[in-house]
Design a protein around this ligand. Sequence first.
Ligand code: UT7
Length: 329
Amino acid sequence: MAEVRPVGIAGLGRYVPDRILTNQDLEKIVDTSDEWIVQRTGIRERRIAADDQVTSSLAVLAAQQALEHAGITAEELQLIICATVTGDQPFPATACRIGCDLGAKNAGGFDVSAACVGFVHASQVATNLVASGAYDRVLVCGAEILSRILDYEDRNTCVLFGDGSGAAVFTPHDDCQQGEYLGGSMSMEGGAEGILSQPAGGSRHPASADSVAQRLHFMKMGGTRVFRFAVRVFAKLVRDVIDQYGIDQLGCIIPHQVNQRIIETAMEQIGLSMDYVFCNIHRYGNTSAASVPIALREAYEAGRLEKGKLVVMPAFGAGMSWGHTIFRW
Ligand code: UT7
């Protein structure tokens, strides 16, 4: 029988590219307005990767900050998991490039493809591997360059998303004494894959001149259905945590940064103040798998992770998939 031991977050990191794309910039590209974007989403600007950056380059910068925070070297890492839907290339795994560029000579690595839920799912894989005693030091990255799969002729999608990366190092809780993992969930509703997807480039629709001509290599989304789904599952996940632990235990909710209005509508349904929520969507838009770890590091820097209180991270997205993690800081 494998050992089961408490797991903690030893270090956090985040990186966003320097280039800023504002709503005013987008007004010049598609038929949209700053007013529409702010009212419907809360987003004011987003970051765009430089031409010479790839997803692993963003992840490495976040990972270096997380390793420094954890006080461990890249050589001490045993495993790297990268959550992304915009990896450097379909294969090999982006985690392999991250490991190579970090100098993580003793680590294995693989990617997790779960879109906006990617970091939350990958964190659960990591925590359970550490809890079992199989691994002691696991790096999880959430990194995306969504601007490379956005259609800047499609106002339904291009205004919503941005680029960035976040990272966390998981170790036995005894070694770091912070961010104890308490549990989480991983769920999906099959049959809804078409609502939010990159239609071409896989076995269903291999990349071809035709797929490019039809713009099927770009992200497609039925936003209103995603909106309703996200409000429903966000509210359920947070209610379940409150039922289990009690409202007095709740410190901070760090949701997938999907849309300010989705977050506010769900919080209203739960009957909880927005004061519990950490949001940075106005600055970065939706960065898919990177959104939760970027917000987590920024919440840490802002002093929002209260000692002894719960940090809850609900996420939802393509699939339709959803899940959450709960840590006691
Ligand atoms: O991580 C998961 C990823 N998914 C998401 O983040 C998306 C979640 N969904 C949403 O954020 C919202 O559904 C949207 C922001 C995408 C749309 O808000 P909405 O309240 O659901 O939209 P709506 O039905 O009130 O408005 C849709 C209208 C359409 O026009 P018509 O057909 O009603 O004339 C769109 O063409 O808004 C139009 N529209 C825009 N107008 C100006 C769509 N995008 C834009 C735009 N600028 N960028």
